[in-house]
Design a protein around this ligand. Structure first.
Ligand code: NAD
Length: 477
């Protein structure tokens, strides 16, 4: 069986306690790997290693750092097949999607290799002085990530962290640590000083909590649930640490009367069901103008029924299993709650039938009509393949409904009218607005949430700034 260890001070190690856990494939519950499980003491060792490496890495020139980051990107590409296979085995997503995730993580490293060179600072002249404004790395960063995109979301942090001159301890999700650990190993193998990149495994409440509470870490970059983010923010306050939080979402998708209905249905289906709806920017609620509701719903149901579901290692599979029994149970509960409150089941609503699906956490893409805001599926983050639909009369009403949530990560609008697009984009309360697109992620642009969906921004030059402190040097003349 595949063995996964931690990476501390450039060396692969077991935990001090020797504890291990078995990771199982969500497609069939077969054992996939044995993973070392760390504790608070292991987290401390990793933080100390990162602290020792910080003066070396932060004083390495930007050009040299860029060379190493490009080499890391190449090594990740070279090992992409192996990392992607581990990702499918532990997380369930189809192999083609796993490979895309790993390759896009390499692109993130290349992007920040160059972005790190562009942090120029400022020179300000006053009558009796000159001011130099420098940007310097924050210090040791704790990078804590979830299981839905365990490689890519870690790369969003590793790239800018290293480009800025920070060192880090990463804590991948406990139930899907394999591919993320291999990703960091590839980055470390590209020529980083020992201790600049560390990985510790273990429970969030123990290993993650140590990374947050220990004064060695000066910056916490977290992606995960809003509740965990709230805990992290409160505990990081003890040492006034820098925090970036990418949290939960409940993203609305508005289809206006003048939209290209077929394109909107295809986009909604893809964003509601890919990765089995386990995406923070998934389409969670669809608001459709009454005039086009019928053709839109018909097209969406057709799309939902076209996906090929199966073990992610099989060729041509579009959707794998859900990540865990708990995720599937929550999805079932949300669907049952909606049906009890009057929703209409238009497609899916249960696991697919057949021997191939008996042991895995499979669930059919589900479309619900007649949804309203009394239903959990319209208010909570289901994190499952469910698309509930509600009709609206006016754009103002749609925007009001879309904003009626504590979340504010992404929102989508399909319209062919420029004024409608701009009014909606300005009125929606979210960090990313997709107009006639179903994705608000662009490596070069800021990504993050409003309201309880997060704090700070990743990607683009914003992502780099999150790892830099500002220093003002005043020269008397
Ligand atoms: P989670 O919050 O349960 O766990 C995320 C990570 O935090 C894991 O590594 C976990 O071990 C760790 N953790 C848990 N408790 C901790 C603590 N007290 N201190 C430190 N670390 C702790 O989230 P999850 O279930 O793995 O991921 C799903 C969630 O992530 C969803 O809510 C989803 O919306 C969100 N998410 C957000 C984004 C975004 O960019 N906004 C992207 C992907 C996922």
């Amino acid at each position: 069986m595949y063995q996964s260890q931690m990476l501390i001070n450039g060396v692969q190690v077991s935990s001090l306690s020797g504890k291990v856990e078995i990771i199982r494939n969500p497609a069939n519950q077969e054992p996939v790997a044995e993973v070392t499980v760390g504790s608070r003491q292991d987290a401390c060792l990793a933080l100390e290693a990162a602290r020792r490496a910080f003066p070396i890495w932060s004083l390495t020139s930007r050009q040299e750092r860029a060379k190493i980051l490009h080499a890391a990107a190449d090594l990740v590409r070279h090992r992409a097949e192996q990392i992607a296979r581990l990702l499918t085995l532990e997380q369930g997503k189809p192999l083609k999607n796993a490979k895309m995730e790993v390759l896009s993580s390499a692109d993130v490293l290349d992007f920040y290799a160059e972005e790190g060179k562009r942090d120029f600072g400022e020179w300000i002249s006053s009558s009796h002085s000159r001011s130099i404004v420098l940007r310097q790395p924050v210090g040791v960063a704790a990078l804590i990530t979830p299981w839905n995109f365990p490689v890519d979301l870690l790369a969003w942090k590793v790239g800018p962290c290293l480009a800025a001159g920070c060192t880090f301890v990463a804590k991948p999700p406990s139930l899907a640590p394999l591919a993320a650990t291999e990703f960091v190993r590839a980055v470390s193998d590209a020529g980083l000083p020992a201790g600049a990149a560390n990985v510790v495994h273990g429970a969030g409440g123990e290993v993650g909590a140590e990374l947050v509470e220990n004064p060695i870490s000066r910056k916490i970059a977290f992606t995960g649930e809003t509740e965990t983010g709230r805990w992290i923010m409160a505990h990081a306050a003890a040492h006034i640490k820098r925090v970036s939080l990418e949290l939960g979402g409940q993203s609305p998708f508005i289809v206006c009367a003048d939209a290209d209905v077929k394109a909107a249905a295809a986009a909604a289906a893809q964003r509601a069901f890919s990765n089995m709806g386990q995406i923070c920017i998934s389409v969670n609620r669809i608001y459709v103008a009454e005039e086009v509701a019928e053709p839109f719903i018909e097209a969406l149901v057709k799309r939902a029924e076209r996906f090929k579901i199966g073990d992610g290692l099989q060729p041509d599979v579009d959707l794998g299993p859900m990540f865990s029994g708990a995720q599937r149970e929550k999805t079932r509960e949300h669907v049952a709650d909606a049906l009890e409150k009057g929703a209409a089941l238009l497609s899916g609503g249960q696991e697919p039938e057949g021997e191939d699906y008996e042991k895995g956490y499979f669930f059919r893409p589900t479309v619900l009509g007649e949804a309203d805001h009394s239903m959990r599926v319209m208010r909570e983050e289901t994190f499952g393949p469910v698309a509930p639909i509600m009709k609206f009369k006016t754009l103002e009403e749609a925007i009001h409904l879309a904003n009626d949530t504590e979340y504010g990560l992404a929102a989508y609008v399909f319209t062919n009218d420029l004024k409608t697009a701009l009014c909606a984009a300005e009125g929606l309360e979210a960090g990313g607005i997709g107009i006639n697109v179903n994705n608000v992620v662009d490596l070069q642009a800021p990504f993050g949430g409003w309201k309880e969906s997060g704090l700070g921004r990743e990607l683009g030059h914003y992502g780099l700034e999150a790892y830099l402190e500002t220093k003002h040097i005043r020269l008397g003349m």
